[in-house]
Ligand binder design. Structure first.
Ligand code: SF4
Length: 337
């Protein structure tokens, strides 16, 4: 399917989430941590958009900003309602309430996501009560349906979280997100706290559920193999910005940005006869409080030029391939203007 034919669900435009740094008893703002700093991308219905990058690149904050768990400092996050788009950053309390039914989040740690003092029944029932499902019978039907989707028997509702394994708990968290019948799941490192053998189980289950419900996933992870397995498209983030965005296959076969190339070279290949040459990046990751001028990657980039130190490259499409976007001066001749 061509990109224009797909239905855009989210249009994120120049989204910024900065956290103020305060000093003294009057809490004078002396700077900002620019966790998300001008992210623009579209999310299509039914796809999995992977978001990767090293720790501190802003991928989790981006997920929380899309969910409005962190209020963005600027920019727009436009969500589709029928043929129109509404800016979620300007939503009233009531509108936000409705929006949270459509977009749910699955968190990294299934151990802290469920209240250990409450039975699963209570943890599952609360969101339905909050979202106005008044009839207990209807609530129980929705809870049972969600549990069956993640292959857990509905009578386990009367158990406590400690009676489940890590994989089962994460499946419970997915079920709790599904019970309000959302359109989008923002998954923040959903399998990184699990054993490798269990990870595959949960990922396959998520794929099956996506196909059945035509869900859209925003899948945030640092494990590049997991992201490749799950994603249709991938956004690579560095210091709060998207530096490359492409179809999963194109990104892994033909990475353009020097940072993406270095990241991908770190994936271990189980072939002793054809070992992959690892590209080790020199220099420190700059602080998001004092970001370098020009391209934020310039102090670690092996191709850095004088221009890179002063001019921030915009994210632009590769010439002849509007689906592959890159932010790097190396490709100035090869990108659409
Ligand atoms: Fe490297 Fe310059 Fe490209 Fe930045 S813009 S990634 S410093 S070549």
């Amino acid at each position: 399917m061509k990109q224009q034919e797909k239905e855009i669900l989210f249009q994120i435009r120049d989204l910024r989430t900065w956290f103020p740094i305060t000093k003294g008893s009057f809490k004078k703002v002396v700077g900002h941590v620019k966790a998300v700093d001008g992210v623009s991308l579209d999310v299509y219905r039914g796809e999995t958009l992977g978001v990767v990058g090293e720790s501190g690149c802003g991928k989790s904050t981006l997920g929380k900003s899309i969910m409005m768990l962190e209020k963005p400092t600027g920019g727009q996050s436009l969500f589709r309602y029928g043929n129109d788009f509404k800016d979620v950053t300007k939503f009233s309390r009531e509108e936000m309430f409705q929006f949270r039914c459509k977009v749910q989040m699955v968190f990294q740690d299934p151990y802290s996501a469920l209240n250990p003092q409450k039975k699963i029944y209570t943890s599952f029932e609360e969101p339905l009560i909050v979202h106005g499902i008044k009839s207990q019978q209807e609530r129980e039907e929705l809870m049972s349906r969600a549990l069956r989707m993640v292959n857990i028997q509905p009578d386990y509702l009367m158990r406590y979280p400690h009676e489940f394994s890590g994989g089962q708990r994460q499946r419970l968290c997915i079920a709790r997100a599904l019970e309000v019948m959302p359109e989008v799941l923002v998954c923040d490192e959903p399998v990184s706290a699990l054993d490798v053998s269990i990870q595959a189980q949960v990922l396959n289950l998520m794929k099956d559920i996506q196909k059945e419900l035509r869900l859209t996933y925003i899948f945030i992870a640092h494990d590049l193999s997991v992201v490749q397995y799950m994603s249709d498209r991938i956004a690579v983030m560095y210091l709060g910005k998207v530096v490359e965005l492409a179809d999963s296959r194109a990104l892994y076969d033909d990475p353009m940005h020097p940072y993406t190339r270095a990241l991908l070279s770190a994936i271990p290949v189980p072939d002793i006869h054809n070992p992959k040459k690892r590209q080790v990046l020199e220099g420190e990751v700059p602080s998001p409080i004092r970001k370098p001028t020009g391209c934020a990657f310039h102090n670690r980039c092996p191709h850095c030029t004088e221009r890179c130190k002063t001019e921030d490259p915009p994210l632009r499409a590769k010439a002849g391939d509007e689906t592959h976007l890159v932010a790097c001066h190396l490709y100035d001749a090869a990108v659409s203007s």
